[in-house]
Design a protein around this ligand. Structure first.
Ligand code: NAP
Length: 266
C-alpha cells in the first residue's frame, strides 16, 4: 500500500518535532511538507533540530495545501491557528488530524458539517495518549456509582487554554451518566475568588500550570466513607505519538469528523 502523505503544521514545536521523529520511523508515512511560522522555502533537513526530511516548509498554509498533494494534515500549532488550518485542509480535500485543544462548540459544529459535506475524514483528539483515553472511559464508568466528582489537571506553564481539552472531555463523558447537581455544602462561599475552580453542572475542575509538568490528570470521586482516584500522567511528549499514528491511519478510512481518540479505539 502507498504510504500516507502527511503535512505537519508546527514542526519546530515540542509536539510537532516529536511527530516528525515518529514519522521518520514509520514506513507507512511519507512527510510531503510542513507549515511553520518561519523558514519559508527551506527543507526540513535544513533546520538543525529537526530530522533529515527533504520536504519543504511553507509559511502560508493556504499555499501549502493548494500546492502540495497530501492525504493528511497533522496540526500541532496553537488553538488560534488550528481552527483556520483545519478548515483550510478540509476545503483542499486534505484530512485533518488535530491535537490542538480549545475549539469552541460553534467551531466544532462548523467543522463537523464541513467534513460531512465533503465526505472527508477528520480527527480532533483532545488527548492522543492512549492511557489518558482509558482514564476518561474509566471515569465515565465510575461516575455512574460516584456522582460527586472533581477533576484536577496539571500541565506545563506554557499551555494557553484552561481547563485542558482532556478535562472538558472527561466532564462531558461524565455528564452522560451523572445528573447535574451542586456539590459541597449548600451555603459554600469562596473567600478567595476561584478557590473552588471551574464548574460544569456542579462538577469542579481545577487547572494547575507549573514548569516541570507535561500533562497529568486526576479524577477524584467521593462516596460514603470512600474515595476513588483515577490518575494518568504523560511524562514525555512521546506518549502522545502512538495516538497520533493511530489517528493518521484511521482518518483515511473515515468520511466524517470524529472527536476523541476513544472513538477510534476498539
Ligand atoms: P509548542 O512547543 O509551543 O509548539 C507549537 C508550534 O507551533 C511552535 O513551533 C509555533 O511556532 C508553531 N506555530 C504557531 N502558530 C503557527 C502557525 N500559524 N503556523 C505554523 N506554526 C505555528 O506547543 P506544543 O507543546 O508542541 O503543543 C502544540 C499543540 O498541541 C498545542 O495546541 C497543545 O495544546 C497541543 N497538544 C495536544 C496534545 C494531545 O494529546 N492532543 C498533547 C500535547 C499538546 P513558534 O515557535 O514560532 O511560536
Amino acid at each position: 500500500m502507498a504510504p500516507i502523505k502527511l503535512i505537519v503544521a508546527g514542526p519546530r514545536g515540542r509536539m510537532g518535532s516529536e511527530a516528525l521523529r515518529m514519522i521518520e520511523k514509520e514506513e507507512g508515512f511519507h512527510l510531503v511538507a510542513c507549515i511553520d511560522r518561519k523558514h519559508d522555502g527551506y527543507a526540513v533537513k535544513d533546520i538543525e533540530t529537526l530530522p533529515s526530511f527533504e520536504a519543504l516548509i511553507y509559511e502560508d498554509a493556504e499555499a501549502c495545501l493548494s500546492t502540495v498533494e497530501a492525504d493528511v494534515l497533522i496540526d500541532l500549532t496553537t488553538p488560534e491557528f488550528c481552527y483556520k488550518h483545519t478548515k483550510l485542509a478540509l476545503e483542499h480535500n486534505v484530512r485533518p488530524v488535530i491535537g490542538t485543544t480549545g475549539f469552541t462548540q460553534d467551531q466544532l459544529d462548523e467543522l463537523t458539517e464541513l467534513a460531512e459535506s465533503k465526505g472527508l475524514g477528520a480527527v480532533i483528539a483532545p488527548n492522543f495518549a492512549v492511557g489518558a483515553v482509558l482514564m476518561m472511559q474509566f471515569a465515565k464508568w465510575a461516575a455512574k456509582y460516584f456522582p460527586d466528582v472533581e477533576i484536577i489537571e496539571r500541565h506545563h506553564d506554557q499551555k494557553r487554554d484552561a481547563p485542558s481539552g482532556t478535562a472538558v472531555k472527561t466532564a462531558q463523558l461524565i455528564q452522560d451518566v451523572r445528573n447535574p447537581h451542586k456539590q459541597g455544602h449548600e451555603e459554600e462561599k469562596e473567600t478567595v475568588e476561584g478557590a473552588r475552580g471551574a464548574d460544569i453542572d456542579g462538577m469542579k475542575i481545577h487547572s494547575v500550570r507549573l514548569p516541570g509538568y507535561v500533562a497529568h490528570q486526576e479524577v477524584v470521586f467521593g462516596g460514603m466513607s470512600q474515595s476513588l482516584t483515577i490518575k494518568h500522567d504523560s511524562v514525555h511528549r512521546e506518549s502522545f505519538m502512538s495516538g497520533v499514528k493511530l489517528a493518521a491511519e484511521q482518518v483515511m478510512k473515515l468520511d466524517l469528523l470524529v472527536y476523541g481518540l476513544e472513538n477510534l479505539m476498539e
